[in-house]
Design a binder for this molecule. Structure first.
Ligand code: FPP
Length: 266
């Protein structure tokens, strides 16, 4: 079950052991994160907001590596929402350049570490250079066997559901599907996350208690862990705490008895 460490160029060789107290057999298969608080982190330090995003990348690299080392199979993060275009143009431009620079810098080591990268969202409006790099990252890691790393970019949960409904309607019109036979599997197969199991755990940083249009369908039965820690400060002990919290939950999926959930069952 062990995979090689998932990231990054400078210190990828050592595999982080699973901390004491965490049950390796009950890790979430799929972890989703709303990385919030970059702006507040920067403000508290008297820095421009964008420096918070830069620091957020370091927290993300650390989290991806730990997730891979600790046996989590998929990590999905909210990097840029369909609503984030309304931020000041300067910040939007900075984020687009940041995504491009980070991808350029890290792609080689991500490939070496067998990370399978995907970008979820409507990628069409992104700058051309970023789109090309995203396509290269997706294509060149498609067959990798390591952690699935999904970056939600220009992503909105409602938009995703509308697009799925449109595609199902088109398939119905073509006669490929009978509208009354459309089931949850058909719907899930038209989402950006098609083929991925639903997240078991959602972490949101910076204390906000909202879903913010993130993975509306996929989070139906996810456990939610909210921490006051601002994303750039999120580290090993915070991930461990979130996983301990997750492992303390009795997941019943609407039934009366807890359901055994371990990816070693599958
Ligand atoms: C939310 O904090 C954070 C974002 C909108 C951007 C997150 C992006 C990264 C961490 C970079 C990821 C990079 C790659 C390559 C995937 P906020 O700005 O809303 O913080 P605030 O609520 O304190 O203002």
């Amino acid at each position: 079950m062990r995979r090689p460490s998932a990231i990054s160029s400078d210190f990828a060789k050592e595999v982080n052991p699973i901390p004491e107290g965490l049950d390796p057999l009950r890790m979430p298969q799929h972890l989703a994160i709303i990385m919030d608080g970059n702006g507040r982190w920067a403000k508290a330090k008297g820095l421009p907001r964008v420096m918070g995003h830069r620091a957020g990348v370091e927290a993300l690299k650390k989290t991806l590596r730990l997730s891979s080392d600790w046996g989590i199979n998929a990590l999905t993060v909210y990097a840029f929402s369909t609503e984030n275009w309304s931020r000041p143009q300067e910040e939007v431009n900075f984020l687009m350049s940041l995504f491009q620079n980070v991808l350029q810098r890290e792609l080689k080591s991500l490939k070496l570490e067998q990370v399978k990268i995907n970008f979820l969202g409507d990628l069409e409006p992104l700058p051309a250079g970023l789109k090309e790099l995203i396509q290269e990252a997706i294509d060149s890691t498609r067959n990798n066997k390591g952690i699935h790393f999904n970056v939600c970019t220009n992503y909105g949960g409602r938009r995703e559901l509308v697009l799925a409904a449109q595609r199902l309607a088109e398939r119905s019109i073509k006669g490929e599907l009978s509208p009354t036979m459309i089931d949850e599997n058909d719907f899930a197969s038209e989402l950006f996350t098609a083929g991925e199991v639903d997240p078991d755990l959602l972490i949101r940083t910076s204390g906000e208690r909202r879903i913010s249009n993130f993975l509306l369908w996929q989070l139906a039965y996810a456990e939610i862990h909210i921490t006051d820690v601002l994303w750039p400060d999120f580290g090993v002990s915070d991930l461990k705490n979130a996983l301990l919290d997750y492992q303390s939950r009795r997941r019943r999926f609407g039934g009366l008895e807890p359901v055994k959930t371990t990816h070693l069952d599958t």
